[in-house]
Design a protein around this ligand. Structure first.
Ligand SMILES: NC(=O)c1ccc[n+]([C@@H]2O[C@H](COP(=O)([O-])OP(=O)(O)OC[C@H]3O[C@@H](n4cnc5c(N)ncnc54)[C@H](OP(=O)(O)O)[C@@H]3O)[C@@H](O)[C@H]2O)c1
Length: 322
């Protein structure tokens, strides 16, 4: 007797129920203003039923862009495996409606080839990612970080060749400094694989890419910009206004540490929360709106540990110019 797999039928209103799409730089690609990241909450240690509810809710509300990386988990690689399971069970027939990205550049496997930006590392990593995600190609492949020790030409030529081999449609870079970004843009343009997008952390508590000139440069050169950790991992929501909830990211203490929540920051968050209320917004909505009001920003890449959080974050769409 065969076991039946639940068949997922996406909501027929998914493209008319509020999502706004923006052109990614001067490319042909439209991205949703709110995209979903798989860094946290999608690893093997999570509850697959919940992960599936979040992913389905996202897709049902027009979130066509899921962002991954080789090392997302925990354990590393397992978020891609979760996506692979979702692709197989739920999204197989929707592949052409999804824009899926992955990355390589942080430590992934032991030895000299499982890290940084060599041709060897990027090529092997993407092959592994495709197997885990059960995909033939990704829509977008990123260099996850700038590698000061590898010649930029080597990293970039590997990326060009990845596109030529049909394993990725577009290319992106994340957290590269401005000068190296300029080099990348020129190199990739000369090789007919223009840089699609820059992924950087821009939020109300961290404006580094704007200060460093990355956003202006992207705007000038027709490159999209997507903001990761737009809610500063939850700080820019009501999550920590009344203490540290037991099941929050801060209790894991790995990337968001309790010492980051200083009394000064808490005061600032309360001020922003009150301000948001007077505008009829939640703090999360106001925080996302602040980012999306930058002309250079194509999309915000949110994380969520529940459907309710994602629903709240999508509330920002009611407040942006269409
Ligand atoms: N390129 C890079 O180097 C890089 C680095 C980091 C992230 N990223 C990408 O960016 C994505 C998002 O990063 P992130 O997860 O840090 O994003 P985030 O949106 O800043 O933070 C997500 C966390 O904030 C909390 N949260 C979200 N919405 C909420 C709401 N409405 N109310 C209350 N709490 C809420 C949840 O924390 P709890 O879990 O506590 O509930 C959630 O897990 C990642 O998945 C990844 O794709 C890329």
């Amino acid at each position: 007797m065969s076991t039946s797999t639940p068949i997922f039928t996406a909501d027929s209103t998914r493209y008319t129920n509020g999502m706004v799409y923006a052109r990614c730089g001067r490319s042909g690609v439209m991205l949703p203003k709110v995209s979903l990241g798989f860094w946290h909450n999608f690893g093997a240690e999570g509850d697959f039923a919940l992960q599936r509810r979040i992913a389905r809710y996202a897709f049902d509300h027009g979130i066509t862009h899921f962002d991954l990386a080789n090392n997302y988990g925990p354990p590393p690689g397992s978020a891609e495996e979760t996506l692979g399971r979702l692709m197989n069970d739920d999204f197989k027939t929707y592949r052409d409606e999804l824009f899926i990205s992955t990355k390589a550049g942080y430590e992934m496997w032991a030895g000299p080839y499982g890290n940084w930006g060599s041709r060897k590392s990027l090529m092997a990593s993407l092959d592994q990612s495709l197997r885990r995600m059960r995909l033939d190609y990704v829509d977008l492949f990123y260099s996850h970080r700038y590698d000061p020790a590898t010649p930029l030409e080597e990293t970039l030529q590997a990326m060009v060749d990845i596109v030529r081999a049909g394993k990725a449609l577009y290319l992106g870079i994340s957290r590269w400094p401005l000068e190296a970004t300029r080099f990348a843009v020129d190199y990739l343009a000369r090789h007919d694989t223009p840089l699609l997008i820059y992924q950087g952390r821009l939020n109300r508590l961290d404006q580094a890419p704007v200060i460093e000139g990355i956003n202006d440069f992207c705007q000038e050169r027709g490159i999209g910009f997507i903001s990761f950790s737009p809610l500063a991992q939850g700080l820019l929501t009501d999550r920590y206004l009344h203490g540290i909830p037991a099941n929050s990211r801060m209790t894991q203490g790995r990337f968001l540490k309790p010492e980051m929540l200083t009394p000064e920051l808490l005061n600032q968050l309360n001020v922003w929360n009150e301000e948001a209320k007077t505008q009829g917004l939640t703090l999360a909505e106001a925080s996302l709106l602040w980012i999306l009001q930058h002309r250079s920003v194509t999309s915000v890449l949110v994380g969520a540990s529940s459907v309710e959080q994602l629903a709240n974050n999508l509330g920002v769409l009611r407040h942006i110019e269409k």
